[in-house]
Structure formats: C-alpha cells, structure tokens
Ligand binder design. Structure first.
Ligand SMILES: CC(C)(COP(=O)(O)OP(=O)(O)OC[C@H]1O[C@@H](n2cnc3c(N)ncnc32)[C@H](O)[C@@H]1OP(=O)(O)O)[C@@H](O)C(=O)NCCC(=O)NCCS
Length: 129
C-alpha cells in the first residue's frame, strides 16, 4: 500500500510531470477502484499499467474492465502503442491473469522465482495499434 500511495502522491504533487496517470472509478460518490499507468521511461510509445484495483465487494461488475479500457484509450490518444502489465504466477492471481488475457494481453516473458521462490513475475503485453 505504501508503494501504491507513493505513486498517487507523485501524481497529485505534479499531475502532468510525474509520469503517473490515475483514473478513479466512483460509485455513488465512493471510490471503488483506480488504475495507475504511465509512459515507460526511455521507450518510444510503450506504457506501463502500474496498478489496477477494485474494492473487493465491487469486483466482477465491470469496473476493472471500464478502468482498463479508459486507460488504453488515453494511452492511444497520447500516441502509445504497447501496454505492459506485470503480475504474479501464483494461483491467487489466476482470476487477475484471466482478466488481463480477456482484455487482449498475452504473457510474453516470465522471471522464475522473482517475487519469492515459486512465485514468478509474469510480463504481459498488448499491442494497442
Ligand atoms: C483484477 C481486477 C482489477 C478486475 O476488476 P473487476 O472489476 O473485478 O473486473 P471486471 O468486473 O471488469 O471483469 C470481470 C472479469 O475479471 C476476472 N476477475 C478477476 N478478478 C476477479 C474477481 N475478484 N471477481 C470476479 N471476477 C474477477 C474474471 O475473469 C471476470 O471475467 P468473467 O466476467 O468472464 O467471469 C479486480 O478483480 C481486482 O482488483 N483484483 C485484486 C487486485 C489485482 O489483482 N489487481 C491487478 C494486479 S496486476
């Protein structure tokens, strides 16, 4: 949470210069999800989706998909061409992986035992144009 908050603070301190873009999903004036993304430094048109989360009680209702689509539209408008997401290989993240794959992402690399022994770092990409 501390790392996630750090990126939100960077955005709030300098919305246009921080390199972190944030979209928030509100339901009845309550924040129920957010996505944090930004251009990957030293690349030409590659963007990272850094964080995507929906509150537990609101998951499975389309909020994550809407956040993802909105971010991708904004990335394309900013001339982005490639979107990258990283996640864990553990069974706890199976639904998350399914979510990414159903949104057109494919696993292009993995780093074995990256997060912990038996917990690989999966790198997924989607060509946006
Ligand atoms: C992954 C996540 C952002 C998806 O958001 P969401 O609002 O639940 O997703 P949507 O309602 O738009 O889409 C639902 C689809 O996502 C998948 N999914 C992923 N996590 C899910 C969950 N906890 N509950 C229901 N569906 C989930 C399912 O495959 C589902 O597909 P289906 O409708 O064919 O069953 C959200 O579940 C979440 O915050 N999970 C915990 C944090 C996380 O893993 N973040 C990503 C880190 S890389």
């Amino acid at each position: 949470m501390a790392v996630a908050e750090e990126l939100i603070d960077s955005h709030l301190d300098d919305p246009s210069g921080s390199g972190y873009h944030i979209l928030v999903a509100e339901v009845d004036s309550t924040v129920e999800g957010y996505i944090c993304y930004g251009p990957t430094p030293l690349t030409d048109g590659t963007w990272d989706i850094y964080w995507l989360a929906v509150s537990q009680q609101k998951q499975g209702q389309g909020i994550g998909g809407t956040l993802m689509k909105s971010a991708e539209e904004k990335i394309v408008k900013a001339k982005g061409r490639l979107s990258i997401i990283e996640t864990s290989s553990t069974p706890a993240y199976e639904k998350t992986r399914n979510f990414h794959v159903s949104h057109g992402y494919e696993i292009v690399a993995s780093i074995p035992d990256f997060y912990a022994p038996g917990d690989d770092r999966l790198i997924l990409q989607k060509r946006l144009r």
